[in-house]
Write a protein that binds this ligand. Structure first.
Ligand code: V55
Ligand code: FE
Length: 478
C-alpha cells in the first residue's frame, strides 16, 4: 500500500504554484478575441516542471519537478493543445512506486536507495526542434527525444556518441542562416567536474566541431551567447561543492567573494584561443543576445548584482540580498582581456526571460522581448526593448494576470516583423490563455486570444516550429 498523496503547505505550492499533475488534450481552443493570422501555421513547443508526487523534502525549489511537455498546434485554422509528462526513467519508477524517489534538486546523495544508479533527469526546461527531432532539454542530462505529436519518449540523443559529455544545456543557440545549432556541456563529466565543451551541430544534427576546456570552478552555466564569430560563456560564482552535496546539501551555492570569469573564443576555434575576462561577483540566468562591433564584443543579459537564485544559499550562510534582474550590456575589448569588461544598464525595469527575433542571433540587433516587472511587481507585463531609441514598450495582460516567456515568430523580412506568442496566466481564474501579438504593435494588445479552460502552471522555455519545418527539418524563415 502506498501513502496518501499530501503536498506540504509551502509558499512555492500556493495559488498559481500548486502542483497541476494533469495531462490534457484540447481540440480547437476557444478564440475569445481577434482573428488567427492565416500565415501562423506550426507549433509552439514548451517545457516546464510540475510535481508528479510530493517532494521527499519539504523545501522544494522552483526549478525542480518532473518535466511536462506542452504543444500548441496551429493547424487547420484552429489551435489545438496537448500536454504530457516526459515519461522517462525517473517518471516511470516513481509512477510504479506511487511516490517521489528522487530527492533534492540534482543531489543524487538524497535519492531513495532503491533508485541508486538510476537516471535522475527531469527533462523539464525547454523544447527545441533540430535535425528532424523534437528534444526535451535539461542541463544536467543529454537531450531527450520525444515524438512531436504524442510526446512519447524515444530516448536520449547522444549525437552518435560524439557528444563526449553526460549533459547538454537547455539554452542552445540557433544560427538560422547556417541551420547550425550551437550548444555546450558543463560539469560535463559528472557532478562538480570542471569539464566544459562547446559544440557546433550541423543541420543534419551531426556534431561537426567541439572545443573542450576546464571551467575556473565547478560552476552552474545555465545560458551562454554567440556572436557571428564567437562563443561567449560567462562563469558566475554559483558552484557545486562535492562535500556539500555528499552531506545532502544544496547542489549549488553562491560565492560572493569569487570573481566571474567570461570565456570568449572563435566559433571554430580551439581551447588555446580562449580569452578570459574577469570582474566582480554578479550573476545571470539568461542572455538576450551578443554581437561584435569591430574589436568590441557586446553581451546583453538580465544581470543581477548578486545571486540570481534566491533558493541557492550563500556558501558561508550569509543572508540572501535581493537584487533585481536588469537588462545590462557587458562590453569586452578583444584586444584587452586584462581590462575585464564594462557594464551599462539599458533600462530601469526589472526583466527576465529575454527573447529576440532569432534571425538576428549573434548580429547587431534592435529589439528584445522580455517578461517585465512594472510595479506592482506581483504581476508581469510583456516588454519590448528598442535598443536604437532606448524605448521600452509594454503590454499589460490585465488584472491578476502575468505572462510566460514570449516567443517571436517571423512573418516577413526585416527585424521585428513578426508575431509574439505566449501563455498568459489568468491567476485569479486559475487558468491560462494563449496570446498572439503583433511584435511591432504590442500596445494594441492581442491580435488573437485563445481561452484555455485549464492552467498551464509553468513552462520555462520553448520554440516555435513552422509547419513546413516539421516536414523538412530545415528552417527557412523569410
Ligand atoms: C535554471 C533552470 C533549471 C535548472 C537550472 O532558470 C537553472 C534557471 C529549469 O531548470 O536546472
Ligand atoms: Fe533558462
Amino acid at each position: 500500500m502506498a501513502e496518501p498523496v499530501r503536498f506540504p503547505n509551502i509558499p512555492l505550492y500556493e495559488g498559481w504554484g500548486a502542483p497541476n499533475r494533469v495531462e490534457s488534450d484540447i481540440l480547437g481552443l476557444e478564440l475569445i478575441a481577434g482573428e488567427l493570422p492565416q500565415d501562423l501555421r506550426g507549433c509552439l513547443f514548451r517545457c516546464g516542471p510540475d510535481r508528479q508526487f510530493p517532494s521527499l523534502f519539504k523545501d522544494d525549489i522552483f526549478i525542480d519537478g518532473e518535466g511536462m511537455m506542452h504543444g500548441w498546434y496551429f493547424r487547420d485554422g484552429q489551435v489545438d493543445y496537448k500536454c504530457r509528462w516526459v515519461r522517462n526513467e525517473r517518471f516511470l519508477l516513481q509512477e510504479k512506486a506511487r511516490r517521489s524517489l528522487f530527492g533534492r534538486y540534482r543531489n543524487r546523495y538524497t535519492n531513495d536507495p532503491s533508485v541508486a544508479g538510476k537516471d535522475q533527469g527531469t527533462a523539464n526546461t525547454s523544447a527545441i526542434w533540430h535535425g528532424k527531432k523534437l528534444l526535451a532539454l535539461k542541463e544536467d542530462s543529454l537531450p531527450m527525444e520525444v515524438d512531436p505529436y504524442t510526446f512519447e519518449v524515444k530516448g536520449y540523443h547522444n549525437y552518435n556518441g560524439k557528444v563526449n559529455a553526460l549533459s547538454m544545456t537547455a539554452h542552445p543557440k540557433f544560427d538560422y542562416a547556417k541551420n547550425e545549432l550551437l550548444s555546450f556541456s558543463y560539469q560535463a563529466k559528472g557532478d562538480a567536474t570542471t569539464d566544459f565543451l562547446l559544440h557546433v551541430v550541423d543541420a543534419s544534427g551531426d556534431i561537426v566541431h567541439q572545443i573542450a576546456f576546464h571551467m575556473p570552478f565547478p560552476a552552474m552555466v545555465h545560458d551562454f551567447a554567440v556572436t557571428d564569430t564567437h562563443f561567449v560563456v560567462p562563469f558566475f560564482p554559483i558552484m557545486t561543492d562535492m562535500e556539500v552535496i555528499k552531506a545532502g546539501g544544496p547542489y549549488y551555492q553562491w560565492h560572493q567573494d569569487k570573481e566571474c570569469h567570461v570565456a570568449i573564443v572563435p566559433r571554430r576555434g580551439t581551447a588555446d584561443q580562449i580569452q578570459w575576462f574577469k570582474g566582480p561577483a554578479c550573476s545571470a540566468g539568461h542572455m538576450m543576445n551578443a554581437f561584435n562591433e569591430g574589436s568590441m564584443l557586446h553581451l546583453d543579459l538580465c544581470l543581477y548584482e548578486g545571486n540570481c537564485f534566491a533558493f541557492f544559499p550563500a556558501y558561508d550562510g550569509s543572508e540572501y540580498k535581493p537584487c533585481p534582474p536588469l537588462l545590462t550590456r557587458m562590453t569586452f575589448d578583444l584586444h584587452h582581456p586584462e581590462a575585464g569588461f564594462s557594464k551599462r544598464v539599458l533600462g530601469p525595469m526589472p526583466s527576465e526571460m529575454p527573447q529576440i527575433d532569432e534571425r538576428f542571433v549573434g548580429k547587431p540587433y534592435r529589439y528584445g522581448y522580455t517578461i517585465s516587472f512594472a510595479p506592482p511587481r506581483r504581476v508581469s507585463q510583456l516588454g519590448v526593448w528598442d535598443h536604437q531609441t532606448g524605448e521600452l514598450k509594454l503590454w499589460n495582460p490585465g488584472p491578476d494576470s502575468s505572462i510566460q516567456e514570449p516567443k517571436f515568430v517571423p512573418r516577413g523580412p526585416g527585424e521585428g516583423n513578426g508575431y509574439l506568442v505566449m501563455p498568459v496566466n489568468r491567476v485569479a481564474e486559475n487558468r491560462s490563455d494563449l496570446a498572439v501579438l503583433d511584435a511591432q504593435n504590442v500596445e494594441a494588445g492581442p491580435i488573437a486570444l485563445f481561452k484555455m479552460p485549464i492552467r498551464v502552471k509553468a513552462s520555462f522555455h520553448g520554440m516555435w516550429v513552422p509547419a513546413q519545418t516539421m516536414q523538412t527539418g530545415l528552417y527557412n524563415f523569410p
